[in-house]
Design a protein around this ligand. Structure first.
Ligand code: ACO
Length: 336
């Protein structure tokens, strides 16, 4: 019997800091509105024209995670890459990681679970390791969202929220069954798929050639859409459910949590969950103030940053929880 554990972590964010005041120069918004509704003070956007891409940011995070794990690249058995903003329609970025890191011809799985992508990727890695099939899995979540947002007042309800960045982890095999990933829990509800979505381009809806042919300035189908209030209401319920599910599975209480790392959707959502579980400020890690919502990348960025700051010690109970487009949601319970 094996268990899996976080053997190395890494994250990368572009240097370019975009403050709320910067946005208010191009969009009718304000620092006060954004901070009050979302908690966000600033986010990172790749510099337009720079070489940063979803794959290259993921690669940078992966190199750091690999170095921190102490492994040789030839010891990686599988790549799992989560993103909602791939550089190409196909293939997904996973294969480019194989190439750029110079890995053996290991498998590369691309995960499309949006904000829950890292939780899904962790669960996938965990299953491959627990069954004994693989020893070390590289998981990456990276998002380049700034290039695809409607940076006009029309898109202000959503464009102020998202940022760019990447996080990565090496999930390794251990025989100490009392530590590592204790359980993971994945869910979806496709009924609300369009409440948080980008419907084009898609071969089942409007493909790139249709969009180009129509050349319609009012067409917003290739920008993300969010029914914010509906997402908020569902998020707070599902976050709570899936954290409880993880705790119950392991006979744990909320008070046992040393660090909850929620997907950085919105500070108001995280604060709601914190209050619901009666957690102190020290028990919840948030960094949305500085990076915005980086969808799939938000949990690994926060996890790597919290670990770097020394906030996670051996033996700690760390809980990852996510909710996002799909809807998808999930949690991972870890004894560090
Ligand atoms: N700046 C200034 N005014 C704005 C902005 C902005 N950036 N965006 C919208 N407004 C205006 C609207 O036009 C509207 O004006 P009106 O009343 O004159 O029509 C007013 O502010 C209120 O708009 P709402 O969309 O109702 O704003 P709301 O108070 O619901 O806040 C928000 C929007 C922050 C997105 C909220 O719905 C929310 O917290 N949703 C949770 C979902 C979320 O955070 N998702 C994050 C990504 S999804 C994920 O990761 C799971």
């Amino acid at each position: 019997m094996y268990t899996s554990y976080f053997k190395g972590l890494g994250f990368y964010v572009p240097d370019n800091v975009v403050t709320n005041d910067d946005l208010s120069k191009i969009i009718d918004t304000s620092d006060e509105w954004i901070q009050e509704r979302t908690g966000i003070k600033e986010r990172r956007h790749v510099i337009p024209g720079s070489e940063d891409s979803t794959t290259s940011m993921g690669l940078k995070a992966a190199k750091i995670a690999l170095e921190n794990s102490g492994l040789d690249k030839d010891e990686i058995d599988l790549i799992v890459f989560a993103t909602l903003s791939p550089d190409m329609y196909f293939p997904g970025p996973g294969v480019y990681i194989q190439k750029e890191l110079g890995l053996r011809n290991v498998g590369a799985i691309d995960v499309r679970a949006q904000c829950s992508g890292f939780v899904y990727a962790t669960s996938i890695a965990d299953q491959f390791i627990k069954t004994g099939m693989y020893k070390n899995v590289l998981i990456i979540a990276s998002e380049l969202q700034s290039k695809g947002l409607d940076m006009t007042t029309r898109g202000r309800g959503i464009s102020v929220i998202f940022g760019d960045g990447a996080g990565a982890a090496i999930i390794g095999r251990s025989e100490d069954l009392n530590t590592g990933i204790l359980s993971s829990h994945l869910h979806s509800e496709g009924e609300h798929a369009e409440a948080l979505s980008m419907t084009a381009p898609g071969l089942g809806s409007r493909w790139v050639t249709d969009i180009l042919k129509d050349n319609d300035p009012e067409d917003i189908s290739y920008y993300p859409y969010m029914n914010g209030t509906f997402v908020f209401k569902n998020a707070v319920v599902r976050f709570a459910e899936v954290i409880n599910e993880g705790l119950k599975t392991n006979n744990l209480q909320a008070s046992d949590i040393d660090l909850l790392i929620p997907h950085q959707a919105n500070l108001r959502i995280a604060q709601f969950i914190q209050k619901k579980f009666r957690l102190s400020d020290d028990q919840v890690y948030n960094n949305i103030m500085y990076y915005g919502n980086t969808t799939a990348a938000s949990i690994p960025i926060a996890l790597a940053e919290a670990h770097q700051k020394g906030l996670i010690k051996k033996g700690d109970l760390v809980v990852l929880a996510a909710f996002g487009s799909g809807f998808t949601w999930g949690s991972v319970i870890i004894r560090w």
